[in-house]
Design a protein around this ligand. Structure first.
Ligand code: FAD
Length: 427
């Protein structure tokens, strides 16, 4: 007998959903994919979910990293109460996390796996290599890495930042495919272990959390690190004050992304962000959350790891077994720096052309947010290709910065599940 997962409608009700048995395919099993799949399952919509459960958190973050967000902003979206990070800790007899306890990545990975077992059920770890439209009608053909193909009523892209790592042009030709300690340039997302750099000279490019935390881990592993930051200074988050007086709470209201009216507003009303003019949305997307380091990281970097600010990289050349960097800007004008390796913690570029599994036909049918290569989305996160949905960072230019974080799963998962579950497949 088929068992219902918590929050799921019973099997006899689920059989009558009228979707001709075709599943919705969710590509990606990170926080967004798991949350969407959990809501679809609870609504009785047939769903297949592909990808490695919490794959990015296992393979694109270095060992020893912590989440920058607070426990309250780190819940996956469950269809019923009981699926929060705090519930996971309580069920496992682990002490409650507060705003003053940074969350280790491995705790978050275990939480995601628990959530999957509880609300999602089976996840197929296969990679999706192609998504194409069925020539006539509404529906898709999804191909897996093993060559199997399956038809889908709808497809939800929840692949996060995979494939979107950005390495600046000056460095790109020195960056081979694989990271490996012998390569001259790599992206911060290529590493799970920074200890192979012990005893080596490493320049970290960037001034955000990834750059600063990677620099701390490299230093602690015994590397000789220097951080090169474009901005005039490094910004640090403020240690949360659990007893803030109401006047301060009113002046700078709390939000999942930090304190302040702008952040609180964009988190409260992502749908209002979508209705803003495109230029205002892009400004929000680029400026609402600049690069900064978590408050708890400061003591591991300041006065410990050399950080050069107002420095711009103009050229990088292979020299001997290492790299010579030519620097410009008030903090680096006319100087060069010789290192063994350059770690580009230079973020991600939201570019549909870098999502490798979308067919050319699908890609060319996708409307983009003006001035970007991110998808234009409806209020239900559906793209201009009917039945194709985007979540997470790729939805941030439409719905604001919360979509770049786990905190956006609640908004995205509920909307997508509601829309998908009521749209009949017409293959
Ligand atoms: C260093 C770093 C630190 C971060 N810290 C925080 C933080 O503290 N708080 C926060 O809220 N956010 C943080 N983020 C942002 C974080 O990436 C997102 O919040 C969250 O992981 C997004 O979830 P997602 O499901 O969209 O993507 P991901 O977590 O990246 O999951 C993507 C999923 O897609 C799968 N996948 C990819 N390609 C395919 C394919 N072709 N076929 C099948 N499956 C595929 C992967 O295996 C994985 O399962 C951080 C990001 C980075 C890079």
């Amino acid at each position: 007998m088929t068992q219902s997962l918590p929050g799921q409608r019973p099997a006899h009700e689920r059989a009558s959903t009228g979707r001709a048995g075709l599943p919705v395919v969710v590509v990606g099993a990170g926080p967004y994919g798991l949350s969407v799949a959990a809501h679809l399952r609870a609504a009785g919509t047939p769903v297949r979910i592909f990808g490695e459960v919490m794959g990015s958190w296992r393979h694109a973050m270095a060992t020893g990293m912590f989440l920058k967000s607070t426990p309250d902003a780190t819940d996956l979206s469950a269809p019923e109460p009981g699926g929060r990070l705090a519930d996971f800790r309580r069920v496992h007899g682990e002490p409650e996390l507060t705003e003053l306890t940074p969350i280790p990545c491995d705790v978050f990975v275990r939480y995601g796996m628990w959530f999957q077992k509880r609300y999602v059920g089976e996840v197929d770890p296969s990679r999706v290599v192609a998504v194409d439209r069925v020539p006539a009608g509404r529906g898709f053909l999804v191909r897996l890495e093993g060559g199997q193909e399956l038809p889908a009523a709808a497809v939800v892209v929840a692949t996060g930042l995979n494939g979107l790592a950005h390495i600046p042009g000056e460095l790109r030709r020195l960056a081979p495919e694989g990271p490996g300690p012998a390569s001259l340039v790599s992206h911060s997302s290529h590493h799970t272990d920074l200890s192979p750099y012990a005893g080596r000279r490493v320049a970290v490019i960037g001034g955000g959390q990834s750059a600063l935390e990677s620099a701390a881990l490299l230093h602690e592993a015994g590397a000789e690190v220097q951080v090169l930051v474009r901005e005039p200074r490094v910004l640090w988050g403020m240690k949360p004050d659990l007893a803030r007086p109401w006047t301060q709470r009113l002046a700078r209201p709390a939000s999942p992304l930090g304190a302040g009216w702008v952040l609180a507003a964009v988190c409260k009303a992502p749908q209002a962000v979508r209705r803003c003019p495109a230029a205002a949305r892009m400004l929000l997307f680029r400026r609402a959350l600049g690069p900064s380091g978590g408050w708890w990281l400061r003591d591991r970097v300041e006065g410990i790891v050399p950080v050069r600010t107002s420095v711009r990289l103009t050229r990088a050349e292979a020299e001997g077994a290492g790299v010579r960097l030519v620097l410009a800007g008030p903090g680096g004008s006319g100087t060069t720096l010789a290192v063994d390796h350059v770690l580009a913690a230079t973020g991600y570029r939201l570019d549909l052309d870098a999502v490798p599994f979308l067919s050319g036909a699908v890609r060319s049918a996708l409307a983009c947010v003006s001035g970007s290569r991110a998808p234009h989305l409806s209020a239900s996160l559906e793209s201009s290709v009917p039945g194709l949905y985007f979540t997470g960072s790729l939805a941030a230019p439409m719905f604001g910065p919360m979509m770049r974080f786990v905190a956006g799963t609640e908004f995205a998962a509920r909307r997508i599940a509601r829309e998908v579950s009521r749209t009949p497949a017409t293959l």
